[in-house]
Design a protein around this ligand. Structure first.
Ligand code: BJW
Length: 236
């Protein structure tokens, strides 16, 4: 562990669960009788835009009432101290909330987009958006009524893939936190990191679908096991 200089951390819904934000697949993963796979697709948006916009309006409103928890705060502390020591750390999150940033993390890549952005499919500009989209507001840039949530749906290309793969290629340690390992390409990062020579660690409430690929796995609530691991690695 003492030779570790470059860390890539992947986070998923489990890191925000104790802030009161629902995960996707725990407890059946149903939202108004819909599976996430049936709501978070371009086809679902084309078929029933009101349903999809309501789903995102409700979640965009909810996240603004939530606060970072001890896991977000511990990762922000690691981010600051690791980089202050001249080492490299990248947080890649699948989450569309902004709790890593609000905890103070400086460099976070949102590979599945962000709730607090709206994307205009007419002019391709992304605008910060805290309100609702259901009433089809005009794009602040071009005035067209073509805004959609700036999130990555099934079948769409996640963001920042080149940057993420470059970081995985260089990493000494890959840590996966609070993700079920059900959704690709993120679920494959552990195998990519291994192939590139990194050590791998899973921190999750329970064994994920990819748990066998990790060199080490620790299971428990993120607010306990993430701060413990951060203190451990900062002490080395
Ligand atoms: C705790 C905890 C606590 C709870 N403490 N832990 C067949 C085979 C393989 C792949 C495919 C396939 N068919 C289609 C695909 C590709 C598809 C895919 O993976 N489908 C699967 C369903 C099989 N993927 C895509 O389409 C992606 N695009 C793509 O592949 O493009 C082509 C490409 C090719 C090559 C390279 C690059 C690209 C796009 C995926 C987009 C995912 N979008 C969503 C919605 C985002 C917007 C929104 O928020 O609504 O992203 S779906 C949803 O799942 C969301 C999440 O980011 C993502 C992952 O979920 P996550 O975070 O893991 O949450 P959960 O709920 O699943 O798990 C939570 C975990 O936390 C659990 O394990 C709990 O135990 C744990 N936990 N409490 C610690 N307190």
């Amino acid at each position: 562990m003492s030779d570790i200089r470059k860390i890539v951390i992947l986070t998923g819904a489990g890191v925000s669960a104790e802030s009161g934000i629902d995960t996707f697949r725990d407890g059946g993963g149903l939202w108004e009788q819909h599976r996430v796979e049936d709501v978070a697709t371009p086809e679902a948006f084309a078929r029933d835009p009101d349903l999809v916009l309501r789903f995102y309006d409700m979640r965009r409103e909810a996240i603004q009432t939530k606060l970072p928890n001890a896991a977000h705060l511990a990762l922000a502390k690691l981010d600051a101290q690791w980089r202050q020591a001249g080492r490299e750390l990248l947080i890649v999150t699948q989450n569309v909330d902004d709790l890593h940033e609000r905890a103070g993390a400086a460099r976070v890549l949102h590979m599945h987009g962000e709730h607090l952005n709206a994307w205009c499919t007419a002019c391709d500009v992304r605008s910060r958006w805290t309100g609702t989209l259901i009433e089809r507001p005009p794009c602040p840039e071009c005035g067209e009524t073509a805004l959609r949530p700036d999130v990555v749906w099934f079948g769409e290309m996640p963001y920042e893939m080149d940057t993420i793969f470059s970081a995985l290629r260089e990493a000494d340690l890959f840590v996966s936190i609070g993700t079920s390992g059900a959704v690709y390409p993120a679920a494959g990062f552990v195998r990519n990191a291994r192939e590139f020579g990194a050590a791998t660690l899973e921190l999750n409430l329970e064994p994920s679908q990819g748990t066998a690929w990790f060199d080490e796995a620790r299971h428990g609530p993120a607010t306990q096991i993430v701060p413990q691991w951060v203190e451990e690695i900062l002490g080395k």
